[in-house]
Design a protein around this ligand. Structure first.
Ligand code: SF4
Length: 336
C-alpha cells in the first residue's frame, strides 16, 4: 500500500461570490478582493465568480433586498418571498439570477464555492449582518449551493492563514475522494488509509467507529460504497480547530523525525505559545519538507502540485512501520 501523499496535478475549479473577488457588484457598488490574502496560492485554483443579484438584472447600485416570510429554501417552494427596501417583490428576478449562476457553476464543473455570508442571496449560515437580528438562513442561492452538495467555504475564512490552510487541505482531500473510482472493499480500504488521520483529527469518535465498521465489512455493494463515501465527504466538510491542528502538526513532525532522523527548523510543540500565522507557516514548512523528502504527511493527505514544479525524480516510497503508525494513532488529541 502506498504510504506517501497523493499528488494531484489538475487545478480544482471553485465558484465564488463575485463581490468577494473584487467585483464592485454589491447593492452599494462595493466589493472586496478576499483572494489577495491567498498570495501565490490563488493560482493553484481556477476561479469562477458569479453574482446572482446582478444576474437577476437588478443592476448596480440597487436597493438592498431581504427575505420575507421564511428562508431561501422556502422561496423555492413558494412559502417565502424576496423584497427590496421599497417593498417591491423581486422574487422572480432573484430566482432567475440564481438559476443562471447555478448553470454557470455546473458548466465550470466546480467542486467548491466560496460564499459571502450575511447576504440574503449568497449567505449559507447567516443572511443578515452579524449585528442585525433579521435574517433567515440559508439565502436563496445559499440553499441551492447546499442542495448541490458543494464544498462550501465562507469567504471570511480566507483572511485567516490557518483557517485557509485547514479549508484547503480538506478541499483537496474532498475533491480527490469524491471522484475516486472505488469498486470493492480494497479500493475503499486504500482510500480510508489515506484519509483516516485527517478524519481522526476532525472527529476522532466518528473516525474510530468508521474504522471498526470498515474492518467488519463483508462483501460490499455499490450502494454501501456510495453511502460510506457520502459519510466521509460530510466529515471532510467540517473545519478542525487550532488546537487539533497544532497537535496533528506535532505528531506528524515526530513521525518525520523518527523516519528521517532529521529535524526541521521552526516547528514547535503544541505547548509553545505562538500566534496562528506562525502556526500556519510551520504547517506549510512541514507540508513542503515532507513532500520533498517523500515522507507521508498524514494530516494533509492530498497535495496539489503544478506538474512544472515537480522534481524530475519522484520521491522514494517510504514505508511506515506499524509501531510508528500505532504511535501516530495513539497520540491523537482528545476530543474537544
Ligand atoms: S453576496 Fe452574492 S448576490 Fe450579493 S453582491 Fe455578492 S455575489 Fe452578488
Amino acid at each position: 500500500m502506498e504510504k506517501k501523499n497523493i499528488i494531484i496535478h489538475e487545478k480544482i475549479n471553485i465558484g465564488i461570490s463575485a463581490c468577494c473577488m473584487g467585483s464592485p457588484v454589491r447593492y452599494n457598488n462595493k466589493g472586496w478582493d478576499m483572494l489577495q490574502n491567498l498570495g501565490r496560492e490563488k493560482q493553484d485554483f481556477n476561479w469562477c465568480p458569479v453574482c446572482p443579484e446582478t444576474m437577476s438584472g437588478l443592476g448596480v447600485p440597487r436597493d438592498p433586498i431581504h427575505l420575507s416570510g421564511g428562508n431561501g429554501a422556502m422561496v423555492w417552494t413558494g412559502e417565502a418571498i424576496i423584497k427590496n427596501r421599497r417593498g417591491r417583490d423581486v422574487t422572480e428576478e432573484v430566482k432567475l439570477g440564481s438559476i443562471a449562476c447555478l448553470e454557470t457553476l455546473k458548466r465550470a464543473e466546480v467542486t467548491a464555492y466560496v460564499y459571502m455570508d450575511g447576504s440574503p442571496t449568497c449567505g449559507v449560515y447567516r443572511t443578515s449582518l452579524k449585528k442585525q437580528k433579521r435574517g433567515n438562513p440559508p439565502g436563496i442561492f445559499g440553499s441551492v449551493l447546499l442542495d448541490e452538495e458543494l464544498f462550501l467555504i465562507p469567504a471570511s475564512d480566507l483572511q485567516s492563514p490557518i483557517k485557509w490552510w485547514d479549508w484547503r487541505r480538506r478541499l483537496l482531500a474532498f475533491h480527490w475522494f469524491r471522484s475516486l473510482e472505488m469498486k470493492n472493499k480494497d479500493d475503499l480500504y486504500k482510500a480510508w488509509y489515506a484519509l483516516k488521520f485527517l478524519c481522526q483529527e476532525i472527529d476522532d469518535t466518528w473516525a474510530r467507529d468508521m474504522g471498526r465498521k470498515l474492518a467488519d465489512l463483508g462483501k460490499i455493494s455499490e450502494e454501501e460504497i456510495s453511502s460510506i463515501r457520502k459519510e466521509i465527504l460530510e466529515v471532510l466538510r467540517k473545519p478542525s480547530t487550532v488546537k487539533k491542528i497544532t497537535h496533528s502538526l506535532w505528531k506528524n513532525y515526530s513521525y518525520y523525525r523518527k523516519t528521517r532522523g532529521e529535524t526541521v527548523e521552526g516547528i514547535h510543540s503544541p505547548d509553545f505559545r505562538r500566534n496562528v500565522t506562525t502556526i500556519a507557516k510551520e504547517l506549510l514548512t512541514m507540508e513542503r519538507t515532507a513532500f520533498e523528502e517523500g515522507v507521508f504527511f498524514a494530516t494533509s493527505p492530498v497535495i496539489y502540485r503544478d506538474k512544472r514544479r515537480m522534481p524530475k525524480v519522484e520521491p522514494e516510497d517510504i514505508e511506515m512501520d506499524e509501531e510508528i503508525e500505532a504511535t501516530l494513532r495513539g497520540e491523537l488529541p482528545e476530543e474537544e
